[in-house]
Design a protein around this ligand. Sequence first.
Ligand code: ADP
Ligand code: MG
Length: 255
Amino acid sequence: MIRLAQIEKRFGQQVVLKGIDLTIDEGSVTALIGPSGSGKSTLLRCVNLLEIPQAGTLQLGTAQIDFDRHHTPSRQQIQAIRQQTGMVFQNFQLFPHLSVLANVMEGLVTVLGWDPARAKQRAGELLEKVGMSHKADVYPGTLSGGQQQRVAIARALAPAPKVLLCDEPTSALDPELALEVVAVLKQLATEGTTMLMATHDLRLAANIARHVVFLEAGQIVESGSSQAIFTQPQQPRTLAFISTLTHKAPDNWEI
Ligand code: ADP
Ligand code: MG
């Protein structure tokens, strides 16, 4: 349902993604792992077209764009893709001046033109799902990081995107607070939410992702089932990287 073929992204002279091929099935969870600067965030941002690749093909549902460095995609083409995605950021990016409920409603009303009553109902259901309905009327600044991220997840899910893109969703959180976010993401995974997430959090990747992609210097070094990648990586570079992660992992992660 999501297909990237030979995706190339440059910033000036620097080639940050060097021909990425990746297919993500509906209902599956894929973790992107790799050293800092390997291109994980850029890859996620290319899927929702916050960054426009210079070459390659992106297909999401029935929308497809063939990138060409001499030709920028039209706003309609970009919207057709972006509307099918939701994004969760490391630092939550909630609107500080809006209540929790209004944060989740915002995109439905202003971008999609929903009737506010319908948006409010949908937002309420999503806050329930992430266990945050009791905080619907407060401002994000009064919440813990874990609570803010759960609200951000509800907001990203509001327009019922085909894929949830998560960029280091637990990295800004203390381990205890990260756990509650992992629990919410795990629940979503169980319900069949399609997810692509960049993460350093081995617990998150090993617990939730069915597939793992190891990215280094803008190229996919190895990909496979999370079981295979974490326990029997075929490439020495993958093994070296996994070892650094395992070394840092808390005692209570499961695989
Ligand atoms: P990761 O998320 O794996 O840490 P990123 O995708 O953030 O990696 O970055 C990959 C490379 O692209 C880095 O060298 C980074 O400096 C560069 N990069 C990312 N975004 C930009 C940008 N907007 N302009 C220039 N260079 C960028
Ligand atoms: Mg990143």
